[in-house]
Design a protein around this ligand. Sequence first.
Ligand code: SF4
Length: 370
Amino acid sequence: MNSFLEELEKHDIKALAGSASAFSTANVKAALSSSHVGLREFLCLLSPAASDMLETLAQRARSITLSRFGRVIQLYSPLYLSNYCLNNCLYCGFRKDNPMERKILPPDAIVKEARFLFDQGFRSILLVAGDDPETCGLEYLREAISSIHEFLPSVSLEIGPQSQENYIELRKAGAEGVVIYQETYNRELYKRLHPEGKKRDYAWRLETPERVALAGFHRVGIGALLGLGNPMEEAVALFLHTSFMLKRHWKTRLTISFPRMRQASGSIKPLNPVDDRAFARIICAFRIAFPDVGIVLSTREEPRLRDGAVRLGVTHLSAGSRTEPGGYLDPDQRKEQFHVEDGRSPAEVVEMLVSNGYDPVWKDWEAVLV
Ligand code: SF4
């Protein structure tokens, strides 16, 4: 059985992305009326010809989202466990060489932070940690998951890639989802941005969603960090990755995300900034191509854009987020991974959703014994 790495290597991503410039407005209209959006149609939706048809794309994306998901938005919150990291990703404030104060939450503090989020209404929590198996290893993670899973039904992980055996252990401890972004699918750029640490291994990271699915997780989230590579090329590679996961690992629910890079302390500036119109077009193109896939948007984005994105195709929102360990009960911006742009409280985000006719949902499934 071939892996996504082998699948990706069959394609010339740069040439595919470049070919989009040949499409006309008529090609875009044909792609919009097509019953199946394959790679060719997807390229049409992201082509320069489509950039003047953003309103048409938005209407199509909105009507697909309403018919597949209704007016329901899932709410979740990140809970940062640790900012220790052995990697040196040039775009991240947690990177090893950034002289920031390091902190890892002890077990009682994890429960207190989780209780705080529970009291605000959250039932879906994303545990986030830098990649340092020495301080934040399998036992620590298992204990963190099981201690909060007692009262939080949905616990997901955004941590360094694990072996399939470790993922099985983490699932047994109560985790139901894993988020793992490739950052950039461009192999050369990936090597430059990750000068040391385990994360230098492009293939190990790229094949992580497959290990997650094989370990029996309920859901996996994939994505690219926009601002690093050429956005068109990243979108094409993510399209291929999404298609592969849906076909090969259909038992695992898939979400996709397009976090836009924010400059953090000690990190580089975005190499290929993505403006709001291009960002909206990417969201619309993915919604039209993948009607049933959840699309996640975090508080990296400012309120105006998040409110608009809900009407385009986003189905999962974080709210009231802190990006430093212990940040809910003991905020300290000096320990943040990046600064959030949407500083509204969960109650304010709920109010925005309700006033726009949406139903905020804190929990969308329950594990049952059969
Ligand atoms: S992106 Fe992740 S792995 Fe890289 S430095 Fe930041 S926390 Fe560590």
